[in-house]
Write a protein that binds this ligand. Sequence first.
Ligand code: NAP
Ligand code: ZN
Length: 349
Amino acid sequence: MPTTAALSVPSAGSSFEQTTIEQRELRDDDVRIDIHYAGICHSDIHQVREEWGSAIFPMTPGHEIAGVVSAVGDAVTRHKVGDRVGVGCMVDSCGECDYCKDGEEQFCAKGAVMTYNGRGYDGEETKGGYAQSVVVSERFVCRVPDGIGIDEAAPLLCAGITTYTPLRRYAAGPGKKVAVIGLGGLGHMAVKLAVAMGAEVTVLSRSMAKADDAKTLGAHHYQATEDADALKSLRGSFDLIINTVSANLRLQTYMSMLKPLGALVNVGLPTQPYEVSPGSLIGGSKTLAGSNIGGIAATQEMLDFCAEHGIGASIETIPADEVDAAYDRVVAGDVRYRFVIDTSTIAPA
Ligand code: NAP
Ligand code: ZN
């Protein structure tokens, strides 16, 4: 069986080891990708630390994968050796249910196969992108357009599509006021995308520490959420609020910032329930919603949109031996604004 160098955690919450993992032989519809960069998503941390419930170990996380095609199976038509490509959160789905046919593979009736911490339909455990290569069915491989660096492209495969989807669904654009809660990996992509779509964008971050960065990212307004009095002045301000925060928030406060008929969409996925009073929804007929990544066609559309608007993620590139420290910095809200691992630095002993 082929192998690849990878970063792996042996058990929940333990440190990363540089090791070698097995990889399946190429099937007819498979693409092998030489991974150049892998983004660190907060979802990786939730899963490595088993915050979302029981997980599969040893785990090689990573669902923000960018690299170059190094081999293709006999039946592959969409990609060829040398193409710049990316893989996100899913690597397979049934392809036959209504959701798959609609390009919403994340809702696959049979259950989409997650890139890592999952099992393929063959029962094999899936391993993610903190590795030097990965084998994926061509249907789940997207083209990285020219004009986006392969390093700044990696985070688009999760942070990009996860924020693009609700911005499109709730029609962010000219004349719409959009707020983004939390300026981290997802949050900074939400800002760049909403600005490019033509919306008027406000960042709601805990302190003033990221105010200058928010302006550089294109945000029009900025408000520190630790200033409770100033928050009151935002009542009834926004058509759409995207909550990217990885921890529990008092959502009630933010529901009041929506205009009538406005929507607050949660993409952040903390473990504790939110408390929301029915009155905060019914007064103003507001929507409280969630949103889960996005389909493959939408992911390609998002990548093309980013190329057209000159958007990549804002990244800090790190070598393999700094991933544990990077996790702590992400949890502390101290990432500007996505760590990507240079996978060429993975060196098993
Ligand atoms: P991240 O880079 O850590 O960003 C989260 C931001 O939330 C931080 O930068 C911080 O922003 C704010 N924050 C953190 N702790 C907080 C606290 N205790 N109170 C208030 N604000 C806090 O994480 P990410 O990678 O963007 O992911 C964010 C969340 O989305 C995670 O829960 C992740 O699992 C989830 N996610 C969901 C999907 C989906 O499909 N729905 C996809 C990917 C990720 P400030 O410093 O600006 O306040
Ligand atoms: Zn992610």
